[in-house]
Design a protein around this ligand. Structure first.
Ligand code: NAP
Ligand code: GDP
Length: 321
C-alpha cells in the first residue's frame, strides 16, 4: 500500500450521518480509489469499552477516523438521561481519541453539535464560542461530553502534534434516521407520528411545544459531502460549523407544515404548549464554511424533506424504531 492510501474507519456507520456518508462515498467511488472505507456499528465493538475499541483498531488499522458514534437523542431523551449521555459519550470519545493516538492515526474528524453552545449567548453563535458559558439545562450531559472533544483535540495537538479536529453540525435529518419515539429528534418523530395518524384516519396531529423554537436543519446527504471535504481538505484542529445559512432557519411549526405537505396529511396541526420547547434557538454562523466553500449548494428543505419522507414510507418496517 503506498503512503497515499487511506483506510478510513467511520464509527457510528449505521446511523443517520454514517449511512449518508456511505451513500455519498458509493456515488463518488471512481474518483477516490486510494480510499478504503470501513463503516462500523455497535455490533462491531462497544466503544464504551477500551479493549473492544483497541481490538477494532488492531483489526482495521485505520489511517483516518470519522468519529460519529455517540449516545444521541432528541430533547425529551436528553432531559431524562443527562447522566447516561455524559458518561457514555465521555467514555466513547476518550476511547476513540486515545486509541487513535496509540495507533498513530493521521487524522480524526469528530462530531460536536450546535446544541452544545452556551444557552445565554449572542447570535449568531460561531466556532469561537463553544466554551463561553453553561449549555441549555435540558442537555448538559451531552453538551459537556461533546465540549471535551474540542478540549482533547487541542491537548492531543499541543502535547503530541495530532491532527484531531471536529465539526459542528446543526440539526440533521434524512434517510436512516431514528424513528423511536422515546429517543428521536423532532423531524423523524413528526414523520413517524403523522404517518401513523394518516393510517388511523386522525383529523388532528398535535405537535409538542409551542412550535415557535427556531432550528437550522441540514440534509444528511449535504452534511455527508461536507464531512468528506473536511476529511480531505480542512487541515485545522479548530472546529468548523457545518450548517445551512442563517436565512434558512425555520420554526418547528414551519418544519411541521413542510412534513405535513410531504406526507400528505390532510388534517389540522395543533400545539401542546404543556410540553417543553427546549432551547428557543441556536442560530449558528456558517461564515467560516462559506469562506472555504462559497458556492456549496444545500438541498432545498422541501426537496430534502420529500426524499426523507419517501425513504420512511419505503422502509417503514425495517426503519429504526
Ligand atoms: P444515530 O443515527 O443515532 O447513530 C448513532 C451511531 O452511534 C450508530 O451507528 C450507533 O450504532 C453508534 N453507537 C452508539 N453507541 C455506541 C457504542 N457504545 N459503541 C459503538 N457504536 C455506538 O446518530 P447520528 O444522528 O448519525 O449522529 C452521529 C453524530 O453526529 C453523533 O456524534 C451526534 O452527536 C452528531 N450530531 C447529530 C445531529 C443530529 O441532528 N442527528 C446533530 C449534530 C451532531 P448502532 O446502530 O449499532 O446502535
Ligand atoms: P433539539 O433541537 O436539540 O432541541 O432537539 P429536537 O430535535 O428533539 O427538537 C426539539 C424541538 O422540537 C422542541 O421545540 C420540541 O418541543 C419540538 N417537538 C415537537 N414535537 C416533537 C416530538 O415529537 N419529538 C421531539 N423530539 N421534539 C418535538
Amino acid at each position: 500500500m503506498s503512503a497515499e492510501n487511506k483506510v478510513i474507519l467511520v464509527t457510528g456507520g449505521s446511523g443517520l450521518i454514517g449511512k449518508a456518508i456511505e451513500e455519498v462515498v458509493k456515488q463518488e467511488k471512481q474518483a477516490y480509489e486510494n480510499e478504503t472505507w470501513i463503516f462500523i456499528s455497535s455490533k462491531d465493538a462497544d466503544l464504551c469499552n477500551k479493549e473492544q475499541t483497541q481490538k477494532l483498531f488492531e483489526k482495521h488499522k485505520p489511517t483516518h477516523v470519522i468519529h460519529l458514534a455517540a449516545m444521541v437523542g432528541g430533547l425529551f431523551h436528553n432531559m431524562a438521561h443527562n447522566l447516561d449521555f455524559l458518561r457514555n459519550n465521555l467514555a466513547i470519545n476518550d476511547n476513540i481519541l486515545h486509541t487513535s493516538f496509540e495507533f498513530g492515526v493521521k487524522k480524526v474528524v469528530s462530531c460536536l453539535s450546535t446544541c452544545i453552545f452556551p444557552d445565554k449567548t449572542t447570535y449568531p453563535i460561531d466556532e469561537t464560542m463553544v466554551h463561553n458559558g453553561p449549555p441549555h439545562p435540558s442537555n448538559f450531559g451531552y453538551s459537556y461530553a461533546k465540549r471535551m472533544i474540542d478540549v482533547s483535540n487541542k491537548a492531543y495537538h499541543e502535547q503530541h502534534g495530532c491532527m484531531f479536529t471536529s465539526v459542528i453540525p446543526c440539526n440533521v435529518f434524512g434517510p436512516h434516521d431514528n424513528y423511536n419515539l422515546q429517543s428521536s429528534h423532532v423531524i423523524p418523530a413528526l414523520i413517524r407520528k403523522m404517518s401513523d395518524a394518516i393510517e388511523r384516519g386522525d383529523e388532528t396531529y398535535t405537535v409538542f411545544g409551542s412550535g415557535k423554537p427556531l432550528r437550522q436543519f441540514i440534509y444528511s446527504m449535504d452534511l455527508a459531502k461536507l464531512f468528506l471535504w473536511v476529511l480531505r481538505e480542512y487541515h485545522s484542529v479548530e472546529p468548523i460549523v457545518l450548517s445551512v445559512d442563517e436565512v434558512d432557519e425555520v420554526s418547528i411549526a414551519e418544519a411541521a407544515e413542510v412534513i405535513k405537505k410531504s406526507i400528505n396529511f390532510k388534517g389540522d396541526l395543533s400545539y401542546d404548549t404543556s410540553k417543553p420547547d427546549g432551547q428557543y434557538k441556536k442560530t449558528a454562523s456558517n461564515k467560516k464554511l462559506r469562506s472555504h466553500l462559497p458556492n456549496f449548494q444545500f438541498t432545498k428543505f422541501e426537496d430534502a424533506m420529500k426524499e426523507s419522507v419517501q425513504w420512511y414510507i419505503d422502509n417503514k418496517d425495517s426503519a429504526r424504531k
